[in-house]
Write a protein that binds this ligand. Sequence first.
Ligand code: DLL
Length: 444
Amino acid sequence: MSIGNSVTAPAFTSDGYMYQPEIETLPREQLAELQLDRLKKTLHHAYSNVPHFKQSFDDTGVNPEELHSLEDLAKFPFTVKTDLRDNYPFGMFAVPRDQVTRVHASSGTTGKPTVVGYTRGDIDRWAQLMARSIACAGGVPGDMLHNAYGYGLFTGGLGAHYGAEKLGCTVTPMSGGNTEKQNVVLRDFGANVLCATPSFALNLADHAEQQDIDLRSGPLRIGIFGAEPWSDAMRAELEQRLDIKAVDIYGLSEIMGPGVAIECVEEQAGLHGWEDHFLFEIIDPETEQPLPMGETGELVITTLTKEALPMIRYRTRDITRLSTEPCSCGRTHVRILRVTGRNDDMMIIRGVNVYPSQIESVLVGFPNIAPHYQLVIRRDGNMDTLDAEVEANPNARPEQYPAIAAEVTHHIKSMVGISCKVSIKAPGEIPRSEGKAVRVKDLR
Ligand code: DLL
């Protein structure tokens, strides 16, 4: 397939409907053959069309021609989040901008977001993978699906939406927020499937009780929860309070969005990572060497079918381990065990990714504020809250503090997208570091 004048994209088939049990249960050797074929195409595509990849491959002394086995991928350089920032906004795209059907964005480590793009084919494959994921969670065509993932630059809303439509569900595009209205709609529309962050789902359950809405006795069967870490204890609580099966879904914008991996409803024990579209590795984050199957480390993902934004060995910063133990559902695709944390300082507050450095870059713009701050994360009921304690500049008068706090709150909301309670402290009140500054206190 030829895209534009000089750019060639590999012809990844975009076969109509999603549910392809033969792909999901393909013997692992055949899966590996498919991966190798697609990996070769992806490396060529990235090297020929993205200056960043040409440069980084050349600097490392590797060439796509030198990849003969999946193991050879370990010779290729990693891609990290700052590579996207350095090529902001569209410099990592492997197709001309006018071939990009949609963009999304996630938090960058500074004020600049990380921009990702999709061709029409990418959007179609994403919808298929999300449809496959919903089916893996137990959703069926005809289900009423209430989508409480945020619509907008975040990939959650539209990602789940297109997949649900592809599967043949009736979608309620609720987006986030409006807790009480959500519960009324959930009940009145008779949702069978709820897509939300787990913390928001718990919040919905809390409010339902206060609203005297009984979600347990309705037709709700399945919760598809992700975008933030959660635990088996939370699963048990959600399943009990909503009378559902709750499954974990994983994804990240740089790779695609939701639908990179999901638990099957049969076992609910580890997320099947869709290996016909992605290649998963675990590395030791210190030595950066691949670790054997089963060991815990950082998840690294290579895309195998992305046209607009191929990603080679993307360091997710997510800590987990993989398993190829057979699953009772019959799917052969690798299982990614629960992502329990990250090895960088990204916080996830009510499903929104936030780096302390993003807040800092807002604070430095204010003349009345000193460069001393602390972020405190608490759990209020089932929702996370973020407080910023910020020190005033000695020139600011105490009677000005409330106005400064209001202005900073407003800027953080509009620049970072998170509601954060700001309190202004007198000079000297924020504890000074005796080494590495402790910017974040997580009291959850
Ligand atoms: O959170 C995509 C998504 C939307 C996934 C809806 C699932 C459902 P980003 O905003 O780019 O994309 O954030 C990606 O969120 O690297 C993890 O640190 C974290 N994350 C996502 N899913 C899970 C999960 C979406 N199930 C980052 N468990 C990732 C733990 C998760 N962490």
